[in-house]
Write a protein that binds this ligand. Structure first.
Ligand code: BGC
Length: 416
């Protein structure tokens, strides 16, 4: 028998009953939110739970994009010691559900009406075979560019609208002795940039055909070669110390005026906000040139690992807290993402957050919303990692663009 909880009051009651008869357990939360902005957002969740008398055991695993966290998770599950709740993305959630590792959240979802307020794009990863298996926290998107406004103004650069504008802006910064692009040389970061570049060259149909349908003709097309050529242009505009740099340190380069632009998901905004910067005054957010109508999204969710029986009272309370409209607003304002519910007001959000919410709604209704390849929302980890390997090898000069295209076709074919 699964959870009996029907309302928040009932959950609170059950918790106090549980507390009277046995020690209420802490939740142990495995996540990769370790940068300044991410930690500030996580704190919103910790405090929410603490307010309900639920203890928090933190299990941070550093590493943007979550690859390291997933490795630790696999080891913990294999050892029969799964954490209570785990940050997860897209196809990874489906994999864990298919393996029978996740608790069924249907009762919480029904009591809280998740079916009506969580958009379909997220439900495809949160609900597996009709069972809610994770609680969506947010919606991020990857096709953003972040710019230092003072640097752009000082160099007479307007917000680039086309790839040619963007190249001209990079040239101007280079000539002025400023690093045009802040980049961290890690495979997931290169893949994040590639999401935008492929969307800009191949358009929404091409992005879908290449990354979601894994169509060999499109993966091997001239357009894909052009996308790799653009990656080479970007590579030529990063500084010499990019290898291995964490994404938030690259963001700091833009915040400090040491670089002009960073292509990164909107978790980067959390770093600007955490540094006290204001959109429109200190920094600019805009969609990667050529992708103004598209959104390549990823959504953080918390999977509740089956602890041997029904979902626990603490897991139910965590899931309920995550989906509450007030938490969705408070958390996402800090995190840089937008709410995972369609009924949350944009009032508390800054200009970039409001734009993020409007872009997401518009893209969803015009058929321009696609799962991010780089962040596990286009295909399972095996395919994602195969694409990472090729993109990163090309970025580091191991392949020219033509070879990269052929390697991409072959690697995807083997992995799928
Ligand atoms: C997650 C974000 C996180 C980013 C960098 C992404 O995969 O969805 O929540 O901030 O990685 O760590």
């Amino acid at each position: 028998m699964r959870s009996f909880f029907k309302t928040k009051t009932a959950i609170a009651l059950a918790l106090s009953v549980a507390a009277g008869t046995a020690t209420a357990e802490d939740v142990e939360v495995l996540h990769w939110w370790t940068s300044g902005g991410e930690a500030a957002a996580l704190n919103v969740l910790k405090q929410d739970l603490e307010g309900q008398g639920i203890g928090w055991t933190d299990m941070p695993v550093a590493g943007g994009g979550g690859e390291q966290a997933m490795t630790v998770l696999r080891a913990r599950v294999t050892a029969g010691n799964a954490p209570t709740a785990v940050q997860g993305l897209g196809f990874d959630i489906i994999d864990w559900a298919d393996q029978g590792s996740l608790a069924n959240l249907n009762d919480v979802a029904a009591a809280e009406g998740w079916d009506d307020v969580v958009p379909a794009a997220l439900q495809q990863f949160a609900k597996v075979n009709g069972e809610w298996v994770s609680a969506p926290v947010n919606v991020h998107s990857t096709n953003w560019v972040w710019a230092n406004k003072a640097v752009l103004d000082a160099n007479g650069i307007a917000m680039p609208e086309t790839w040619d504008d963007f190249v001209a802006a990079m040239d101007t910064l280079s000539a002025a002795g400023i690093t045009p692009i802040a980049h961290g040389g890690q495979a997931w970061q290169e893949a994040t940039v590639f999401d935008s570049v492929v969307m800009s060259v191949l358009g929404p149909d091409g992005y879908k055909a290449a990354f979601i349908d894994l169509d060999a003709d499109v993966l091997g097309s001239d357009g894909m070669k052009e996308a790799f050529d653009r990656m080479s242009v970007i590579r030529a505009n990063v500084d010499d110390n990019f290898s291995g740099r964490d994404w938030n340190l690259a963001t700091a380069m833009v915040i400090n005026g040491d670089a002009g632009f960073q292509m990164m998901g909107d978790w980067a905004k959390g770093e600007f906000i955490n540094a006290g910067k204001v959109p429109g005054e200190d920094f600019l957010c805009f969609r990667f040139p050529g992708t103004s109508e598209q959104v390549t999204f990823n959504a953080d969710q918390f999977m509740m690992f089956d602890q041997g029986g029904a979902v626990s009272a603490e897991q139910a309370a965590l899931a309920t807290a995550i989906l509450s409209p007030s938490f969705q607003s408070a958390f996402n304002v800090v995190k840089g993402s937008v709410p995972a519910r369609t009924d949350v007001s944009n009032e508390a959000f800054d200009a970039c957050g409001k734009k993020g919410m409007a872009d997401l709604a518009a893209a969803a209704s015009s058929g321009n919303l696609f799962g991010s390849m780089a962040h596990g929302h286009a295909n399972p980890a095996s395919v994602k990692n195969a694409i990472y390997d090729v993109v990163t090898a090309h970025f580091n000069g191991e392949y020219d663009s033509e070879t990269a295209v052929q390697e991409l076709v072959d690697a995807v074919d083997i992995a799928k």
